[in-house]
Design a protein around this ligand. Structure first.
Ligand SMILES: [Zn+2]
Length: 364
C-alpha cells in the first residue's frame, strides 16, 4: 500500500472537512493515475474521479524568517493568504503538503557550496542582511530558506507522482532574484530554479518551462538557465525597473539561445497588456517547446494595489494568466503545473490575487 509521503515530506490531507480520509484520497489519486478508479474486489466499478487534487504548500515555520518591522516581504503575507483561503472555504479542497528542508544536494545544483555556507554562517552570526540591505535575515533565515526550497520540491514530488494535478506553494523567502553566489531582492535561495533541476534529476521530467509573471524580472532564474535548452524561461515584467535585466534582446546564449524570452512592459500596464503578452509570446513559445512540467514564479506584485509594482493588474487579470498556463499544462504535460509565490506586498491585493489563482487551479 502506498503512503502519502513524498521524498521531501509527508503529504497531509485537509480534506477531512469533506469527510474523506487522507488515505482514501491517496488510493483514489493513484488509482486514477494508473487509469482506473480505486476499487475493492467484488464491488461494482466506481466512476473515476474526474481530477486529481490541487496541492497547497505552506508552513508556520515560513513566518520565522524575520525581516524586521518595516520590510515589505513580511510574515503577514502568508497570514493574509491562509486566512483568505480558509475564509472562502478553499482550504478544505486543497491537499496540504508539509515541507521538509531541501537537501543541499539539490540546492547546490543552483548555488555554489561557498555561497550556501556563507548564508548559513551569516544567519548564525546574527548578521542583519546578506549582500544587500534589502535581503534582511535573522538567525533562522537559513533554515527557513531551505524549507522554502524544500516546499517546492515536495510540490514537485506530489505532481510528478500524480498525487496532485497541480500545486501552489506559499513559501518565503522568495527566490527568483537569487544568483549562484549572491543574495538579491529579498531572495536567498532560488526556489524555482532548484525545483527545475530537481524535477529533471529526480523525476526525469526533461524539459521544464518556467513562467515568471512577478512584476520584477527574475534575473537569478534567467542566469541559472541562460545557456540551457532544457529549461525555457519566459518572463513578463515591468521595464525599466529593478533589477534592470530582462530586456527583449536577452534571449539566451549558446545551446540555450532562444530558450529565454523576455517581455518587458511599461509602467502602468494592466490586464490587457499581460493577456496580450501571454498570447503573443508565451503561448507559441510553450507549444513549440512542449515542456514536461510547467513552473510559475507567481509574484503578485503587478497587482493594482501593490505598493512597489506600479502596474494595474486586477484579480481578473490573474485569473486570465493562471487559466492560460493551466491550459498550456493540460495541452503539453498532462496538467503538471507548480506555481510558487514570489512577490506581492499589498496584503489585501495579495489575498485577492491568490484566492483567484487557487480557484482556477482547483477548477476541473
Ligand atoms: Zn517582485
Amino acid at each position: 500500500m502506498r503512503t502519502m509521503t513524498t521524498t521531501h515530506g509527508p503529504v497531509r490531507s485537509e480534506l477531512s472537512g469533506r469527510g474523506q480520509p487522507p488515505h482514501g484520497l491517496a488510493v483514489a489519486a493513484l488509482g486514477l493515475a494508473a487509469g482506473g478508479g480505486a476499487q475493492e474486489a467484488g464491488e461494482p466499478p466506481q466512476p473515476a474521479r474526474p481530477v486529481l487534487p490541487t496541492a497547497f504548500v505552506c508552513s508556520p515555520a515560513y513566518r520565522r524568517h524575520d525581516t524586521g518591522p518595516y520590510h515589505p516581504e513580511q510574515p503577514a503575507r502568508l497570514d493574509a493568504i491562509e486566512q483568505r483561503l480558509r475564509e472562502r472555504g478553499l482550504t478544505a479542497h486543497l491537499l496540504a503538503v508539509t515541507p521538509s528542508p531541501a537537501a543541499l544536494e539539490w540546492v547546490s545544483t543552483i548555488h555554489s557550496p561557498q555561497y550556501i555556507e556563507r548564508v548559513r554562517r551569516s544567519c548564525a552570526a546574527g548578521m542583519p542582511c546578506i549582500d544587500s540591505a534589502d535581503v534582511s535575515v535573522c538567525p533562522e533565515s537559513y533554515a527557513v530558506a531551505l524549507l522554502a526550497a524544500g516546499g517546492v520540491l515536495a510540490a514537485i514530488d506530489a505532481v510528478a507522482t500524480a498525487q496532485a494535478r497541480n500545486a501552489f506553494c506559499a513559501v518565503r523567502p522568495p527566490g527568483h532574484h537569487a544568483l549562484r553566489d549572491r543574495a538579491m531582492g529579498f531572495c536567498l535561495f532560488n526556489n524555482i530554479a532548484i525545483a527545475a533541476r530537481y524535477a529533471q534529476g529526480k523525476h526525469k521530467l526533461g524539459k521544464v518551462l518556467i513562467v515568471d509573471w512577478d512584476v520584477h524580472h527574475g534575473n537569478g532564474t534567467q542566469a541559472a538557465f541562460y545557456d540551457d535548452p532544457t529549461v525555457m524561461y519566459v518572463s513578463v515584467h515591468r521595464d525599466p525597473f529593478y533589477p534592470g535585466s530582462g530586456k527583449a534582446a536577452e534571449k539566451g546564449a549558446g545551446a540555450g539561445l532562444s530558450y529565454t524570452l523576455n517581455v518587458p512592459l511599461p509602467v502602468g500596464s494592466g490586464d490587457a497588456e499581460y493577456r496580450q503578452a501571454f498570447i503573443e509570446s508565451l503561448v507559441p513559445a510553450a507549444l513549440a517547446f512542449t515542456p514536461d512540467l510547467i513552473l510559475v514564479s507567481a509574484g503578485f506584485d503587478a497587482h493594482q494595489a501593490d505598493p512597489l509594482g506600479g502596474m494595474r493588474v486586477t484579480a481578473a487579470g490573474y485569473r486570465t494568466v493562471t487559466q492560460m498556463v493551466k491550459d498550456l499544462a493540460a495541452r503539453c504535460c498532462a496538467g503538471r503545473l507548480v506555481t510558487v509565490l514570489e512577490g506581492g506586498y499589498d496584503l489585501e491585493g495579495l489575498a485577492d490575487a491568490v484566492e483567484t489563482h487557487v480557484r482556477v487551479l482547483l477548477e476541473p
